[in-house]
Design a protein around this ligand. Structure first.
Ligand code: PGA
Length: 263
């Protein structure tokens, strides 16, 4: 964490809590986040609960923001079953997760498609959380930095249009939902590479962009990760479905941000 960047903790609910359960979970997150003013908190429910959760948080005067988990790159038209950036914005979303490894793996999203989505999101004033990360086979073949560099380079031009508006999430695929979290120093190595690529594109982009770590982040391992200089927050999957545990991650970020402020 670096005092120049406000930490961001985002909960990716994936294909869970898309109906009635969404209300209790969102309320729990809002309660846990109250008073943690140094941290930005985002929850990404399924599309079916997005507008209702955004309304609920607004009524509760919560600072917790809502994000979507995906979107189509076209603003509208004959794309049955798809959701566009302007629709998400209209439903109360502030953020959108793009290029998650589950989208890349199971739904064929390429670097090019992810870049188009990032462009469309920014155009609609929706803040992208663009995900990158290597698979286990790529890590074992020592290709981690190469793969992440390729994925990040595809996004630089888009992100540079509005430095700090978008966020990058580094999520090693082998750490997602497996309980195998990257060691803080290994995650930092990749975050430092991402920071370098952003800074080479423009110093302002490098300084302003928050880089989140994702992959089996939980209350008991968050602090070690968030203490790294280039880790500015977390994208939390499984542990975001438990408001109390998620709240502890927000608390860790708040504590570290307060300590960073004191210098
Ligand atoms: P996980 O998922 O925390 O369950 O590993 C993270 C993610 O996929 O964003």
């Amino acid at each position: 964490m670096n005092r120049a960047r406000r930490p961001l903790i985002a909960g990716n609910w994936k294909m869970n809590a898309g109906g009635q359960e969404a209300f209790g979970l969102a309320t729990g997150v809002a309660d846990g986040a109250r008073g943690k003013d140094r941290v930005e908190v985002v929850i990404a429910p399924p599309f079916t609960a997005l507008a209702a959760v955004a309304y609920e948080l607004h009524e509760a005067k919560s600072t917790v923001m809502v994000g979507a988990q995906n979107m189509h790159h076209e603003p509208g038209g004959a794309f049955t079953g798809e959701i566009s950036a302007p629709m998400l914005k209209d439903s109360g979303a502030v953020w959108v997760i793009l290029g998650h490894s589950e989208r890349r793996q199971h739904f064929g999203e390429t670097d090019e498609i992810v870049a188009r989505k990032v462009t469309a999101a920014i155009r609609a004033d929706l803040r992208p959380i663009a995900c990158v990360g290597e698979t286990l086979a790529e890590r074992e073949a020592d290709q981690t930095l190469e793969v992440v560099e390729r994925q990040v380079r595809a996004l630089l031009d888009e992100l540079a249009k509005k430095p700090g508006f978008g966020v990058i999430a580094y999520e090693p695929v082998w750490a997602i939902g497996t309980g195998k979290v990257a060691r803080p120093e290994d995650a930092q190595e990749v975050h430092a590479l991402i920071r370098k690529l952003l800074t080479e594109s423009s110093p302002e982009l490098g300084a302003a962009t928050r880089i989140l770590y994702g992959g089996s982040v939980k209350a008991d391992n968050a602090e070690g990760l968030l203490s790294q200089p280039d880790i500015d927050g977390a994208l939390v999957g499984g542990a975001s479905l438990d408001a109390a545990g998620f709240g502890k991650i927000v608390e860790s970020a708040e504590r570290l941000a307060e300590a960073a402020e004191r210098g």
